[in-house]
Design a protein around this ligand. Structure first.
Ligand SMILES: *Cc1c(COP(=O)(O)O)cnc(C)c1O
Length: 428
């Protein structure tokens, strides 16, 4: 059925394997002017590279410099006074991001906060939301989760005195398939739900690009008394999210992938409002303390009754400024328009890839996806990838034989997609 629908769609679209056709799609694209808002990396001859790696490090928006300069200037001019008297006062600076972030993840303003780095936030969230006991102590995660997430959950399990080997449950795809079926996740929750304390999944799996069914998983988990968190490293700024509505307990993300805020930039966290006034344990720091009397420096910690109550330190303003610059672009466009273009670009890419002999390439990304497409290049090794790179493609290679490519709707063009296909096809 699916294949027929795909075929019908490509007939309707009248797709063609030509540079002219890709260029026509670019001309019709209402977001195409945003490419000029970004610095596109170039080769040594000054030609733009085909950058398909925004899932790893997003490109730099040209407006970021002005946002950073503002804070550098205020720091030069004002010193410590900038906390209150900078054009954008540093004391509440993280609050300037709340509205934009709430739209990126589909939460309330009070449910999001920019802080720390992603893995650190994952640990802090597990301090509150992974509360194992003798009967219920297991964590459920996808088998090919990002290594840092596996290290984080395993170290939390050990920290509580359990053995990762018995306590971490891994969700695998079926033999011969690459995506994990929702029905199989449902089955595991039904069968083992009473032993599971926490479900922690990558909202979009970093390897296959699969988008998990947030709503179904969360609902069923809650029925079984399980808390649910998502790592949105590959989801934030890539797919449409409705964390509040889906009743997700917590989520964490980084801002340097699809959110284009620069290498190692500050991460974010979502904590559902139903937990804001709870007595869940947490690791505290002064920035999470009630703002009214924070500077009276009381000994007793009194948490802010929002996601901000999980903050620890005063945040790096330069990093926040870079995030703010980038989010201002997302605010202008909106996730709906981005997702619409993203779908069109990946549809064209998949159509092109399917014209290559199936014995050479296999698309492992399922139809539940964002803009990342992972392709297995059969009987290939890294040599192929090196040749593609030499020909001007910046993509990502995962051993043993997978290339991940992410046409990002903010700055990639249909022409990028076509050129990538052309190079891959010629190399194969
Ligand atoms: C990128 C990524 C990370 C990186 O973690 P940092 O703490 O930002 O270094 C972790 N988990 C996932 C799923 C990622 O995609």
């Amino acid at each position: 059925m699916q294949l027929q629908a795909d075929q019908l769609y490509s007939i309707l679209m009248n797709y063609k394997k030509t540079a002219e056709f890709a260029s026509q799609l670019d001309k019709k694209d209402q977001l195409s002017s945003y490419r000029d808002e970004f610095y596109i990396p170039k080769d040594e001859n000054g030609n733009e590279l085909i950058y398909l790696c925004g899932n790893s490090l997003g490109l730099q928006p040209k407006r970021t410099k002005a946002y950073l300069n503002q804070e550098l200037e205020d720091w030069a001019k004002l010193g410590v006074e900038g906390h209150e008297h900078a054009k954008n006062p540093w004391m509440p600076y993280h609050e300037f991001l709340s509205e934009s972030y709430s739209k990126i993840v589909g939460g309330k303003k009070s449910e999001v906060v920019a802080m720390n780095s992603l893995t650190v936030n994952l640990h802090l969230m597990m301090v509150s939301f992974y509360r194992p006991n003798a009967k219920r102590n297991k964590i459920l995660i996808e088998a090919d989760a990002f290594p840092s997430d596996i290290y984080a959950v395993n170290s939390q399990i050990s920290y509580h005195g359990y053995k990762p080997k018995d306590t971490l449950l891994k969700l695998s795809s079926r033999e011969g398939e690459s995506a994990v079926r929702t029905e199989d996740i449902v089955q595991v929750i039904r069968e083992k739900g009473d032993e599971i304390a926490l479900i922690m999944l990558g909202g979009v799996n970093y390897y296959t690009g699969q988008v998990f069914d947030f709503e179904t998983i969360t609902k069923l988990a809650h029925d079984k008394g399980i808390l649910v968190g998502f790592d949105l490293a590959h989801a934030a700024g890539n797919i449409k999210l409705e964390l509040h509505k889906w009743d997700v307990d917590f989520a964490v993300w980084c801002s340097y992938k699809y959110l284009n805020s620069g290498p190692g930039s500050l991460a974010g966290a979502f904590i559902h409002e139903k937990h804001h006034k709870s007595s869940l344990p947490r690791f505290a720091g002064w920035w999470g303390h009630n703002k009214e009397n924070r500077f009276k420096m009381p000994d007793e910690f009194e948490p802010i009754q929002t996601a901000e109550g999980w903050q620890q330190s005063n945040p790096p303003i330069l990093s926040l400024a870079a995030i703010r610059a980038s989010l201002s672009i997302f605010d202008e466009i909106g996730m709906d328009a981005l997702v619409t273009k993203s779908k069109k670009m990946t549809d064209y890419l998949i159509w092109l890839l399917k014209t290559i002999e199936t014995k050479k390439v296999n698309i492992i990304t399922p139809k539940e996806k964002g803009c990342q497409i992972s392709i297995q290049v059969k009987n290939a090794d890294k040599k192929i990838f090196k040749i593609i790179t030499k020909k001007g493609v910046i993509a990502d290679w995962r051993e043993p034989d997978v290339i991940r490519i992410a046409p990002v709707p903010l700055y990639n063009s249909y022409t990028d997609v076509y050129k990538f296909y052309k190079i891959l096809d010629s190399v194969l």
